[in-house]
Write a protein that binds this ligand. Sequence first.
Ligand code: GLA
Length: 458
Amino acid sequence: MDESPPKIKAVICADGRLQNVKNTFETKYGESPLFFAYAPGRVNLIGEHIDYCGYSVLPMAIEQNVLAAVSVNNSGTIVLSNTNPQYKDFSVSCSEDIVIDRENPMWHYYFLCGVKGIQEKFGITPLVGMSCVIDGTIPPSSGLSSSSALVCCAGLVTMEANQKSLPKVELAEICTKCERYIGTEGGGMDQSISYLAERGMAKLIEFQPLRATDVKLPDEAVFVISNCCVEVNKAASSHYNIRVVECRIATKMLARARKLDLSKLLRLADVQTELKASLKQMLALVEEVLHPEPYSREEICRLLEITAEQFSTELLSTNTQHVTHFRLHQRARHVYGEADRVLQFKSVCESQPDEFIQLLGELMNQSHASCRDLYECSCPELDQLVDICLSSGAVGSRLTGAGWGGCAVSMVPCEKVETFLQAVREAYYLPDPRRAAMEKQSLFVSKPGGGAAVLLEE
Ligand code: GLA
């Protein structure tokens, strides 16, 4: 588990995609790449919006990934190009400070986050010059973690190019931290699964310390991803950080009610640890302490005995300064309930009781209802898609990733897959020309893929 990402010898010309990226590289830079590296996207099966509260999540890597072809040189510059012409070329000097513009989250900033993370870890000045071509197959802004895959790929590329080595767990932690340069306070699930995934297995990802445990999924069912075709970019809006802030405030309120040391407790899981309580007891505490009506800033400041100034600087983030009301009861209920469902999901996978597909499906359905009603991170299109998936033969269906658009993941018994895909196609995609045009990359069966790796030409 504490090894570096694997270095795989590959016959580049045997793989159409690698060969294409190699050709693009050679045309662009007039030389051959020295190595390739890739990092996969992910689909989260259960455990939404709880990683940043300190709770375990249960994702698997998908086959789609971000691939980079790289050469190393002494040009003193990092040059980036993308096979998708929508993403413009970019270059940065190795001797300048890497600056990430949060106001304007362009594609290359995610790459620079990964570069900066490795640079800071090893104190490398200057970085070695690199020329890179990036090729991504993860649908962007769809909740399948295309941005974290780019950060992870960049981290791996920078490490390899500068002849450093780190265990996967450390790479995942570095990439979780450095992606925050873009402004979102992500929790670490995406980067962890991108590095720690293994083919054929979903993983229970636990935090502090970070570790990943195999979860064997049922053979009798497959997971189908479907995109509702509403794009989400969590760095470009404040929805995500508002939820992070609401959970942070709820943590303080629960800690205060139980007379715990507020300054030490930052995440909802910390309160549970401190109280040595079960998740059921935490749910009861939420009912007892937090009211369902939204909390105003004034009420929070009064209860926590802090000034408006402290509230802004210590509890809010840069892009949540405008928020006036906070739904603490609903958010905390979701988090403790969802944390419990993750553990149930894992134990059902392990014990495989009779009807276990139904049990897993039921947990996924409860997760979606909680995301929709308590965490309010769904959207009408995603809810409609989830309903269609359920009426088309899925035993469980839920939004996956940050939400507010993007994808649903559905568990479908193997014998129903073909009829399921056809029914969803007819009910959700074909009636709308825009969705119909996107259907091919929007509706697909996904098997657990492997983690990030470096590829060397054989
Ligand atoms: C995004 C974040 C993750 C996680 C999910 C929601 O993907 O990057 O850390 O919080 O949203 O579960």
